[in-house]
Design a protein around this ligand. Structure first.
Ligand SMILES: O=C(O)C1=C[C@@H](OP(=O)(O)O)[C@@H](O)[C@H](O)C1
Ligand SMILES: C=C(OP(=O)(O)O)C(=O)O
Length: 409
C-alpha cells in the first residue's frame, strides 16, 4: 500500500498532540514493574513499541515476539534474566539482525543463563531467569546505549548492586542520562564518574508518573515548519527542559528561522525568518534518531552538510545510511560516506529528480516520518506508509490537520 502526499499551500498552522515518548514509556514500564508500583503510568502512547512492552509485562505466557522494538528487546532481556522462569524473546526479521551479544555476555557474567536460538550474538533468545548477583562489569559502550540502560534499570535489584566500566566512545549518552534521570524520579541513586557508573542495591520507590511528549516526533514538526513558507504550530505537552536528548534540536532550528516558545503546557514553534545556514555540520552521537530529519531538510533546502556521530545508524530499524542515500537520490542528491559514521552532501544534484518520488521505507518508521514533509515541495508517494505506527501512529491524521492531502494509491 502507498500513500500519495501533497500540500496545496506552503503555510502550516495548527495545534498537535504529539505521541508520548516511547523511550520514556518503555523505561517507566520496566521501572514500574520492578517497583511493584500500585500507580498507573499516565499518557502511555499507542505506539507499537510501547504496546508490545505493555503486552509482555502483563502477559501470562513465556514466549514473546517484540517485533521491531529495540528498547523492548534489550530492556526485557535484562528484566526477564532476573525473573525465575524460562523465557523466549524473539522479534522481526530485522530484529534478528540487530546485535545483542554485549548485553547477553554481561548478563551471563552476572549469573544469568541466556542462549541464542538461531545465530550467535543475535535474537531470538532463550532466557533462563534466576536470582542475579551484582558485580563490576566492563562493557563496550560504543554499539548501543540500550544495553547499558537495560543493565542499569535492573542494577538496584541485584545483590550487591552493579558497577559498569564503559569502554570505547560511549554512544547515545543522552539516553543513559535519561535512564538514570527516570530511575532517580523513582528514588534510585546512582553515581556516574568518568567511565564508571555505580548503583548500589536499593529499592525503587513507587510514584505517580506521566510520560512526556516525544521530542523525536517533534523533530518532524520543526522540519515541516522550516520547509514551509510561514506558520506556527503548538506542540502540546512538549517540554523544552526535557531529559530527552533530542530536545537539542530546538537551538539547531534557529538557523532555519524557527523560534521555540515555552508555554505552561506546550511549546509553540514559529517561523520568524526565511533564513538558512550556508552549510551545516552536526554531530549526532547524542541524537541519532533525528539524523534522517536533518538530512531530508538539508537536501530540500539545498544546504550542503557534513554529519558525524552516525556510527550506530547501520544497526537501527534499517541501515539508515544506505536508506538515506537511496531515497535522497530520488530528489537528485548524491550523499557520500566520507568515513564510517559520517554522511555528507556537497549541495549538487547529479541525479535526475523523479517527478513524483516514491519513498521506500525499509520497515523504518523514521523514513516515512522524515520524508513526508517533502510533500511541501511537490507531490510524493510513500511506500508501506504505516511503518509510522512504531512511534507515531497518528502522524498522517496530524498532517491532514495542517492541510496535507493524504490519499491511498
Ligand atoms: O534507549 C533508548 O530509548 C534509545 C536509544 C537509542 O539507541 P542506541 O543506544 O542503540 O543508539 C535510540 O536510537 C533509540 O531510538 C532509543
Ligand atoms: C532506533 C530506534 O528505535 P529502537 O532502537 O528502539 O528500535 C528509533 O526509534 O529510531
Amino acid at each position: 500500500m502507498k500513500y500519495q502526499l501533497s500540500k496545496p499551500d506552503k503555510t502550516i498552522n495548527g495545534s498537535i498532540k504529539l505521541p508520548a515518548s516511547k523511550s520514556i514509556a518503555n523505561r517507566a514500564l520496566i521501572i514500574h514493574a520492578l517497583s511493584y508500583s500500585p500507580y498507573e503510568i499516565e499518557n502511555l502512547s499507542d505506539s507499537d513499541d510501547t504496546k508490545v512492552m505493555q503486552r509482555v509485562l502483563t502477559s501470562n505466557t513465556n514466549v514473546f515476539d517484540i517485533g521491531h522494538a529495540g528498547t523492548a528487546m534489550r530492556f526485557l532481556t535484562a528484566f526477564l534474566a532476573q525473573i525465575v522462569g524460562e523465557w523466549t524473546l524473539t522479534g522481526s526479521d530485522r530484529m534478528k539482525q540487530r546485535p545483542i551479544k554485549i548485553l547477553v555476555d554481561a548478563l551471563n557474567k552476572l549469573g544469568a543463563k541466556i542462549e541464542y536460538l538461531e545465530e550467535e550474538g543475535f535474537p531470538p533468545l532463550k532466557i533462563y531467569g534466576s536470582h542475579l548477583k551484582g558485580n563490576i562489569l566492563e562493557l563496550d559502550g560504543s554499539v548501543s546505549s540500550q544495553y547499558i540502560s537495560a543493565l542499569l534499570m535492573i542494577a538496584p535489584t541485584l545483590e550487591g548492586g552493579l558497577t559498569l566500566r564503559l569502554k570505547n566512545k560511549v554512544t547515545s549518552r543522552s539516553y543513559i542520562e535519561l535512564t538514570l534521570g527516570l530511575m532517580k524520579q523513582f528514588g534510585v541513586k546512582s553515581v556516574w564518574k568518568g567511565n564508571e557508573i555505580r548503583i548500589n542495591e536499593q529499592d525503587y520507590q513507587p510514584c505517580e508518573f506521566t510520560v512526556e511528549a516525544d521530542w523525536s516526533g517533534a523533530s518532524y514538526w520543526y522540519q515541516l515548519l522550516a520547509l514551509a513558507g510561514a506558520g506556527e504550530v503548538e506542540l502540546q505537552h512538549l517540554n523544552l527542559m526535557s531529559l530527552q536528548g533530542d530536545c537539542a534540536i530546538a537551538p539547531w532550528f534557529k538557523q532555519f528561522g524557527i523560534e521555540s516558545q515555552a508555554t505552561a503546557n506546550s511549546i509553540i514553534i514559529r517561523k520568524t525568518a526565511d533564513i538558512q545556514p550556508k552549510n551545516l555540520s552536526l554531530n549526532f552521537a547524542e541524537n541519532p534518531d533525528v539524523a534522517q530529519t536533518m538530512a531530508v531538510l538539508c537536501v530540500l533546502k539545498k544546504v550542503p552538510f557534513h554529519f558525524t556521530g552516525l556510527e550506530t545508524l547501520k544497526i537501527k530499524e534499517t541501515n539508515r545510511i544506505a536508506a538515506l542515500q537511496n531515497e535522497l537520490s530520488k530528489f537528485g542528491a548524491q550523499l557520500t560516506e566520507p568515513h564510517h559514521g559520517e554522511l555528507a552532501w556537497d549541495g549538487t544534484f547529479p541525479f535526475e529528480k523523479k517527478e513524483v518520488p516514491c519513498i521506500t521505507t525499509y520497515h523504518d518508521h523514521r523514513m516515512a516520518l522524515a520524508f513526508a514533509p517533502a510533500a511541501l515541495f511537490g507531490t510524493i508517494e510513500i511506500d508501506d506508509p504505516m511503518v509510522v505506527t512504531k512511534s507515531y501512529p497518528a502522524y498522517y491524521d496530524d498532517l491532514k490537520l495542517v492541510g496535507f492531502d493524504v490519499a491511498q494509491v
